[in-house]
Design a protein around this ligand. Structure first.
Ligand code: PLP
Length: 404
């Protein structure tokens, strides 16, 4: 008789954004006249930049002729894209990463969920709390997290690293030694960052205890401050302890186009085993490569026109971030993030829980945000707003919150 992977049955509740979606749908159905402004999910709203559209059109036309048609893509990615990534994201920033250490994929969500597969189920994972839910849930599905405690909303075998106002939303080194450490900077959901010096402490720690850092830099394009690293490979020794995940979703608006990549340095080992061939094997067996058309679009991200247009796009969202940050601060809210990230993290007023504030904001201002508790127990009493809306909607949402 067929049996399910009963780790799936351990997953508590539905995925955070499904719950939000259901609540908003119910509210809209009951109040069809209300215009809801969504500053919840981290999806972009601006159209693809012209340089990317041109590249897409060009690649589509190539597919129309036998001489330029492309079938299955190389499973690790086309050379033209891997070379552009290595040069622009790494070599130009002084990082020693080569094209053959880059694995092109259809996005950082899949990579961040799948990467755990190449590690033993015995590994202990450490995650920030609050955290992007995919890191934990994918380890639950694999059976690495022990039992769920509904009272504390924590897993028995996960090492949580609280990120609170007291530590400026940056984790401290864990008291129990982990094997895998998930770090994400600029951070989703808090919008916080750490300096290169602070990241160096993590790299030294991981090397000293033989842990691997899975470093999610999906929001790297939003960094505005000098001392914030764009890549973990800016730190000395990261090649022997870190895997980096990147996405084209937030820097180039590819949330619906789908493209990302993972960097696995050649000398990175878990114990005595090199990880690069393992991830290559996994990729080769389970993945058939991001589409040629999409990889050509990705290449255009690194063209001079693409870079200029995307700088403008990021600046557009960061203008929203500044408007939210300044607007809420003026209204007396306690806010953080929004300087190197498109997320603003605010303390809920009057000791409301995160979900109470969610309902309050939805009903009184018809604005949708994300309850901080959905990202982990330390997110309770916090709320995330995103800068990915249109400027007009962002300003309108703030006005409604002011009047609330
Ligand atoms: N990593 C983090 C931290 C994210 O917040 C997100 C999306 O919101 C992703 C990865 C997903 O990126 P992608 O669209 O490339 O799958």
């Amino acid at each position: 008789m067929a049996k399910v992977n009963d780790n799936y049955l351990k997953l508590p509740g539905s995925y955070l954004f499904s719950t939000i979606g259901k609540k908003v749908a119910a509210y809209s159905a009951a109040n069809p006249d209300k215009k809801i402004i969504r500053l919840g999910i981290g999806d972009v709203t601006q159209p693809l930049a012209p340089a990317i559209i041109t590249a897409l059109h060009g690649a589509v036309d190539e597919m129309a002729h036998a001489e330029t048609f492309h079938g299955y893509a190389p499973d690790l990615g086309y050379e033209f894209l891997r070379n552009a990534i290595a040069k622009n994201d790494y070599v130009d920033r002084g990082c020693d990463i080569s094209a053959d250490e880059i694995f092109v994929s259809d996005g950082a969500k899949c990579d961040s969920a799948n990467i755990q597969e190449i590690f033993s189920l015995d590994n202990k994972i450490a995650v920030c709390d609050p955290v992007y839910p995919v890191y934990v849930d994918s380890n639950v599905m694999a059976g690495r997290t022990g039992t769920w405690n509904p009272q504390t909303e924590t897993w028995s075998d996960v090492i949580y690293m609280p990120c609170t106002a007291e530590n400026n939303f940056a984790p401290e080194l864990p008291s129990r030694t982990p094997d895998l450490i998930y770090l994400c900077f600029p951070n989703n959901p808090t919008g916080s960052t750490i300096t290169k010096e602070e990241l160096q402490v993590w790299v030294d720690y991981a090397n000293s205890v033989g842990a691997i850092i899975i470093y999610d830099a999906a929001y790297e394009a939003y960094i505005s401050e000098e001392d914030v690293p764009h890549s973990i490979y800016e730190c000395e020794g990261a090649r022997t302890c870190a895997i980096e995940l990147r996405s084209f979703s937030k820097n180039a608006g590819f949330t619906g186009v789908r493209l990302g990549f993972t960097v696995v340095p050649k000398e990175l080992k878990a114990g005595d085993t090199f990880l690069h061939p393992l991830w290559a094997r996994r990729h080769g067996t389970k993945y058939n490569g991001a589409p040629y058309i999409v990889q050509r679009a990705g290449e255009a991200v690194y063209s001079p026109e693409g870079k200029a247009q995307l700088r403008e796009q990021v600046a557009y969202y960061m203008k929203n971030a500044a408007a939210i940050y300044d607007g809420l601060s003026e209204m007396g809210y306690t806010v953080s993030g929004g300087i190197n990230a498109p997320y603003i993290w605010l303390k809920t007023p009057d000791d409301m829980t995160s979900w109470e504030f969610f309902d309050y904001l939805l009903e009184k201002a018809n604005v949708v945000g994300t309850p901080g508790s959905g990202f982990g127990p330390s997110g309770e009493g916090y709320f995330r707003l995103t800068a990915f809306g249109s400027y007009e909607n962002t300003v309108a949402a703030l006005e409604r919150i002011r009047r609330m």
